[in-house]
Design a protein around this ligand. Structure first.
Ligand code: C2E
Ligand code: CA
Ligand code: CA
Length: 510
């Protein structure tokens, strides 16, 4: 199989190009002199370095030149395209067809932030090996850019929707088996897009792969661990980077980018304790686009402050409507970037907006990434956070556990609540290590008088475990996905009824 050839080439490369080979040069020359006299000495002394230099030019080419990915040892995109082209060319005589799949590890950037680059590369290597082991010998697995892989199925009699969904589920299951790094278990999920021969936009390897990639974008926008088949039309609706950059300014001003809201729940009472505002772009063709696809363009175009103003204004409008409708939402959490926090006018802007809506400052919670606080020696950021705290706004330390904020910094910035990152939550109801980590964080928080909120709570089991461990608030898909403003009133109504009817799961034992 081509993947084996790639691995052998890499081993040979390591053997010939390592420092140790040069270290042996004097010994080899001496041996040559003993055995073959002066001629052998000269040949070896001149020939061996030349051979090493030659091996480096052969092997130390960029992955694209060798067609092999340097991290995983997998072949690259052209191999998948070739394989599909060959199968399609021979289809009349063999009666066999193929399909193309693309697989992406979810939230890879988050994994890199939490566990470091080396571990992230180990995750890629292990995933590559698991993919190769799971598929049949003649299927091709290739590395695409980032944490993405492509698969070309070796010629098969049938490649229909059911077969591909089953295969996708099998791939997700092997990739989600825990990875052990040091004493920690890491859980990953993967999203999958595929293109079936019957739905392919063209009869070529390139068309199959493009379609599978478009389906993957679709899957990812639907949340982690999704599977999507390509449907004609999806390719045109995929956002490309340059379009995002030109369109994002208009989208902000046209009201296409607005906050959606995700509820936060008190584990003690089951009542809503807050809502987090998360930016969503409702694109006229593409539908709902998550922030990962447009925030970088907003930053690049210098529009992050404008986004902040829009998020704050619409969050306060929503809060006002909920108040009028008789729903109790104590506070709304808004994410502030380092750029916004560096604006000396930020506190005035927030105070002005609070006054306009006649809200007490406690109705706003400012979410600040742990990384911003950990790395900040920016006086304006420090002053702004202190002033917002004094004003009476809530200050949440977002993604806690990923950014090395010290307890001294937590004190310096008058943080009131930590928002424990979702990486600590997954499977905490069944995994002892996760429980121990959470218990340690929660105990620390209690000792220094910090409130706790955990995000990324995806199952009822995780919710119950967090309540049992004493976490004050929870947020995540198990309670609700982020909702457009229109859907919030119905959700709150249903939640109120549920609370009235049923005893709450996971209420803290007292
Ligand atoms: P974040 O602040 O950490 O927000 C939490 C993210 O986790 C959200 O992703 C949310 O949809 C997702 N999430 C919620 N519950 C679950 C769950 O149970 N499981 C999983 N796997 N995920 C869950 P989203 O909305 O895609 O936002 C991504 C990031 O974009 C946010 O991460 C935040 O850093 C940034 N962001 C969003 N809106 C804004 C904004 O208005 N301003 C700024 N500066 N950043 C924003
Ligand atoms: Ca947040
Ligand atoms: Ca977060």
């Amino acid at each position: 199989m081509r993947n084996d050839t790639a691995a052998t080439l890499r081993r040979l490369q390591t053997l010939l190009s390592g420092q140790h080979t040069l270290a042996f040069l004097p010994a080899v020359c001496l041996g040559a002199f003993w055995l073959g006299g002066e001629t052998a000495l000269i040949t070896t002394a001149l020939g061996l370095p030349a051979l090493l230099a030659l091996s480096n030019t052969i092997f130390l080419q960029t992955p694209h030149e060798t067609g092999i990915d340097g991290v995983t040892g997998l072949p690259l995109r052209p191999v998948v395209i070739d394989m599909i082209d060959q199968t399609l060319d021979a289809q009349h005589t063999t009666g066999r067809t193929t399909a193309c799949m693309t697989v992406a590890i979810d939230d890879f950037r988050g994994l890199e932030t939490s566990f470091g680059t080396d571990t992230a590369q180990d995750i890629l290597k292990t995933s590559a090996r698991r993919l190769t082991d799971t598929l049949r010998d003649h299927d091709i697995v290739a590395r695409l850019d980032g944490p993405r892989f492509a698969i070309a199925l070796a010629p098969v009699r049938r490649a229909d929707l059911e077969t591909l969904i089953q295969l996708s589920s099998r791939i997700q299951a092997v990739l989600s088996e825990p990875l052990s790094v040091d004493a920690t278990k890491i859980y990953i999920t993967a999203s999958i897009g595929f293109c079936l021969p019957a739905r392919a936009p063209g009869q070529s390897g390139a068309a199959f792969l493009d379609a599978a990639e478009a389906a993957l974008v679709e899957a990812k926008s639907n949340g982690a661990g999704s599977i999507r088949a390509f449907t004609p039309g999806a390719i045109q609706t995929t956002l490309d980077r340059s379009t995002v950059l030109t369109d994002v300014g208009d989208a902000l001003e046209n009201g296409e980018i607005l906050p959606w809201f995700q509820p936060q729940i008190s584990t003690n009472t089951g009542e809503i304790s807050g809502m987090e505002a998360l930016a969503r772009w409702t694109h006229p063709e593409k539908g709902v686009v998550p922030p990962a696809e447009f925030l970088p363009a907003i930053e690049e175009s210098g529009l992050i402050e404008r986004l902040g103003e829009i998020m704050l204004y619409h969050s306060f409008s929503a809060l006002q409507t909920w108040d009028k409708a008789g729903f109790n939402v104590p506070t709304i959490s808004v994410n502030f970037s380092a750029t916004e926090l560096s604006n000396p006018k930020l506190v005035d802007k927030i105070r002005w907006e609070l006054d306009r809506f006649e809200f007490d400052p406690s109705r706003l919670t400012v979410e600040i990434l742990e990384t911003v606080i950990a790395s900040s020696d920016n006086d304006i950021i420090t002053r702004n956070i202190a002033a917002l705290g004094q004003l009476g706004c809530g200050i949440d330390l977002d993604d806690f556990g990923t950014g090395h904020a010290s307890i001294a910094n937590i004190r310096r910035f008058a943080i009131k609540r930590i928002k424990i990152d979702k990486s600590y939550v997954s499977r905490c109801d069944v995994d002892r290590n996760q429980q121990d980590m959470l218990a340690a964080i929660l105990t620390m928080a209690e000792r220094i008088n910090l409130q706790t909120l955990t995000e990324g709570v995806e199952t009822v089991g995780e919710h119950a475990m967090l309540a049992q461990l004493g976490c004050d608030h929870v947020q995540g898909f198990s309670i609700s996905r982020p909702l457009s403003f229109d859907k919030t009133l119905d959700w709150m109504d249903a939640h109120r009824q549920k609370l009235a009817q049923t005893p709450q799961i996971g209420r803290k034992a007292s």
